[in-house]
Design a protein around this ligand. Structure first.
Ligand code: NAP
Length: 253
C-alpha cells in the first residue's frame, strides 16, 4: 500500500481544476476542500448541511482561494434525476470536471450483525456506495471532458479486512474497493480518467469519535495532517496510477 504523507504540493498544483468534494462540510472533506482551494482549485462543495457548506465557502473566500460553488445534496434521498440535473448544472457552469473526491460517509452502528437494523444497513449502503456510484455515472461525460481527471473513492481499513461488528460500513467500503477496480479497468484505455481508492486511516473527526468513544483524540492525526496524499492523488503527479489503493497515513502501531 502506498502512502504519500511526505508529499509536498506546489502552491498552484490544482490551478484551473474544477473539483467536486462530497461531505465537504465537516471532517476530512472540509479539510480537503480547503486544501484543494488553497492549491488553486475551484471547488464544488457538496453535502447535506447547507450551513456547514456556507462556512467552508466563507473560509475559502477569506483565504483568497478561487470562488467555490455550493451544491446541497443528501445521498439518502437523492434520485437519478437529481444526479442528472446536477450534471446539467455543472456542465453549464464549468463544462468539465477535473476531479471528484468521494468522501461523504455514514458510520451506521457498531453492533453484532444479529442485531443490525435492516433499514440502517440500507441507509449506509445508500450513502456510502449506491448514491456515489450513480452520481459518478451521471458525471462521467463531464469527467471525460477533462484532460486529466482523478476520481478518488474513500475507503477504510475495514474495507480491506473485515472486522467484527462493523456491519454495513465495512461491506460498503469493500464494495467501494471493488467498484474502483471495475471502473478503473473499464476506463483505462478509453479515457484519461483515473480511479483510485484512498484510506484516510485513523483521523480526528466526529465519525472517528463516535466509532471509538474511549479513544483520546489527541493521539490521532488531524484531517489537515493527512492532506499530502489527498493532494498527490488529485493532482497531476499521480498520473498513470489507476485502479490502485492508497493510504493517507502509515498504519498505527
Ligand atoms: P465526518 O466528520 O462524519 O464527515 C462525514 C461527512 O459526510 C459530513 O460532511 C457529512 O455531512 C457527510 N454526509 C454524511 N451523510 C451524508 C449524506 N447522506 N449526504 C451527503 N453528505 C453526507 O466523517 P470523516 O471522518 O471526515 O469521514 C470522511 C470519510 O472518511 C468517510 O467516507 C469515512 O468513512 C472515511 N474514513 C474516516 C476515518 C476516520 O478515522 N475519520 C477512517 C477511515 C475512513 P454533515 O456534516 O452534514 O453531517
Amino acid at each position: 500500500m502506498t502512502c504519500k504523507i511526505d508529499y509536498r504540493a506546489s502552491d498552484d498544483l490544482l490551478a484551473d481544476r474544477v473539483i467536486l468534494v462530497t461531505g465537504a462540510g465537516d471532517g476530512i472533506g472540509r479539510a480537503a476542500a480547503k486544501s484543494y482551494a488553497a492549491h488553486g482549485a475551484t471547488v464544488i462543495l457538496l453535502g447535506r448541511t447547507t450551513a456547514k457548506l456556507e462556512s467552508v465557502y466563507d473560509e475559502i473566500e477569506a483565504a483568497g482561494g478561487p470562488q467555490p460553488a455550493i451544491f446541497p445534496l443528501n445521498f439518502e434521498g437523492a434520485t437519478l434525476k437529481d444526479y442528472q440535473e446536477m450534471a446539467e448544472t455543472l456542465d453549464k457552469a464549468f463544462g468539465r470536471l477535473d476531479g471528484i473526491l468521494h468522501n461523504a460517509g455514514l458510520l451506521g452502528r457498531i453492533t453484532p450483525f444479529e442485531q443490525y437494523p435492516p433499514a440502517l444497513w440500507e441507509q449506509v449502503m445508500q450513502v456510502n456506495l449506491n448514491g456515489p456510484i450513480w452520481m459518478t455515472q451521471a458525471l462521467l461525460p463531464l469527467l471525460k471532458a477533462s484532460r486529466d481527471a482523478s476520481v478518488i473513492f474513500t475507503s477504510s481499513s475495514v474495507g480491506r479486512k473485515g472486522r467484527a461488528f462493523w456491519g454495513s460500513y465495512s461491506v460498503s467500503k469493500f464494495a467501494t474497493e471493488g467498484f474502483v477496480q471495475v471502473l478503473a479497468d473499464e476506463l483505462e484505455n478509453l479515457s484519461s480518467i483515473r480511479v483510485n481508492s484512498l484510506n484516510p486511516g485513523a483521523t480526528r473527526t466526529r465519525m472517528r469519535q463516535s466509532a471509538f468513544p474511549g479513544e483520546d483524540p489527541a493521539t490521532l492525526r488531524s484531517a489537515e495532517q493527512i492532506m499530502p496524499t489527498y493532494l498527490w492523488l488529485m493532482g497531476p503527479d499521480s498520473r498513470g496510477h489507476t485502479g490502485e489503493r492508497f493510504d493517507a497515513q502509515p498504519p498505527r502501531r
